[in-house]
Design a binder for this molecule. Structure first.
Ligand code: SAM
Length: 225
């Protein structure tokens, strides 16, 4: 697991503690998830002009028409995975890299794919600054997964898909969990896909709103905008 090098300094510590308290009040119970949020300087993952808003429980723009997701959404995702610390995890949609770093505190190995090269580069720098060493990044279409390192104990999709991408189900380990928002471009249902005894089951969790997952097993480039 990663050790934080840049804890974010004193300037934002109070704001970060208040965010953790807000998440607790909104029902997040997993202490390791709350600790990861307390350790991770979200202000380093948002544009400089938005740093003063970094610890609001809200999504924020990160450029290229994309967003860093709401902290509660990240916390809920991580809680639903019921992580033990030994997992190999695949994240689709690195975006700002913030959730990538949260994951790096909670699992053994993180693989993350982003389709927009400029965001991937920014994320790479922010992840390095956070001191995460167990992260591997790739630029490309995450809807096909990352076959080379499969299977994964958990897979998280951070963008809304029209249907569950089959390559991700195929790359899920026995006993593993895949989280993916499925629906139309406006609203999706967060679905947990589980693979147990060779059988695949799905469970709806809650309505969510994400930017579209674009790719060969997602929305077409023109459909997604
Ligand atoms: N967890 C990230 C965060 O909070 O910064 C989520 C970022 S945003 C909500 C979703 C990201 O998914 C965007 O950066 C978008 O470019 C990316 N994305 C969309 N389709 C993708 C695909 N097929 N492969 C990889 N990334 C994709």
């Amino acid at each position: 697991m990663a050790r934080p090098v840049d804890s974010g300094g004193g300037e934002f510590r109070g704001a970060r503690e208040r965010l953790v308290e807000t998440l607790r009040e909104k029902g997040i119970r997993d202490l390791s998830v709350l600790r990861a949020i307390e350790m991770t300087p979200r202000h380093n993952f948002v544009p400089t002009g938005l740093r003063h808003r970094a610890y609001e429980d809200a999504p924020l723009p990160i450029g290229n028409g994309q967003t860093i997701s709401q902290p509660w959404v990240h916390a809920r995702y991580l809680e639903l995975l019921e992580l033990k610390g030994t997992e190999k995890v695949l994240e689709i949609g690195t975006g700002s890299g913030y959730q990538t770093v949260l994951l790096s505190h909670l699992v053994a190995q993180v693989f993350s794919i982003e389709r927009i090269a400029a965001l991937a580069q920014q994320a790479r720098e922010a992840i390095q600054r956070a001191g995460a060493r167990n992260v591997n990044l790739s630029i490309g279409d995450g809807t096909v997964g990352w076959r080379e390192y499969a299977p994964y104990d958990a897979i998280l999709v951070g963008a809304g898909a029209p249907a569950i991408p089959q390559p991700l189900v195929d790359q899920l380990a026995e006993g593993g969990r895949l989280l993916v928002p499925v629906g139309d471009r406006e609203e999706q249902q967060l679905v947990v896909v589980q693979k147990k005894d060779g059988k695949v089951t799905t469970r709806d969790i809650a309505p969510m709103r994400f930017v579209p997952l674009l790719g060969s097993h997602g929305w077409g480039i023109d459909e997604g905008r």
